[in-house]
Design a protein. Structure first.
Ligand code: DQA
Length: 170
């Protein structure tokens, strides 16, 4: 059982004048979470992870909008579409992490702060998973904490956004 992350709720709420919105992107095969290699990715479904993200977002005083796609172009379009609607992007690009220059370029192009997350520790796995095309264009990466990687990533992204608007929190 994972509790939503809920630290400093009031602090975050007090510091923002309008509610921050975070776009959460889940890449290919993550729709199969719960049944897909549970020894590696855990037993929670994507829906359960999205519920935890929503609860964590509530505690942090922000909103999340989630999207899963198995198609690279849909994810690229979603990143483009985030401009003006969302203030940050939380992304588990799945296998596209290791292959997609297009996703990397999309994140760089929109210059919205992004945080990369992975359920598994990609550096303890096959060598082809050790390289992330996204790593160089995101604020940071959280890898290896199961579903909690998403919650920690959301918290880190919100804190990053808060620090940007309130330098005393840096
Ligand atoms: C993953 C790791 C990737 O290597 C893999 O292709 C995935 C999931 C993770 O969350 O651990 O689909 O991003």
């Amino acid at each position: 059982m994972i509790d939503p992350v809920g630290v400093e709720k009031n602090q975050v709420e007090n510091l923002q004048s309008s509610v921050l919105s975070i776009l959460v992107l889940h890449g290919p095969n993550l729709n199969l979470l719960g049944q897909r290699e549970p020894g590696i990715y855990g037993s929670l479904t994507l829906e359960a992870i999205n519920d935890l993200l929503a609860a964590t977002a509530k505690n942090l005083g922000v909103e999340v909008v989630t999207l899963q796609s198995n198609h690279e172009g849909v994810l690229v379009d979603a990143i483009h579409g985030a401009v003006g609607k969302h203030q940050g992007v939380l992304i588990n690009a799945g296998a596209y992490t290791h292959t997609s220059v297009a996703l990397r370029d999309a994140i760089a192009a929109v210059s919205l702060p992004a945080v990369e997350v992975h359920l598994s520790n990609i550096y303890r796995r096959e060598e082809f998973r050790h390289h992330s095309y996204l790593a160089a264009v995101v604020v940071g990466q959280i890898s290896g904490f199961g579903a909690r990687s998403y919650l920690l990533g959301l918290q880190a992204l919100v804190h990053h956004l808060q620090a940007a608007s309130s330098p005393e929190l840096k």
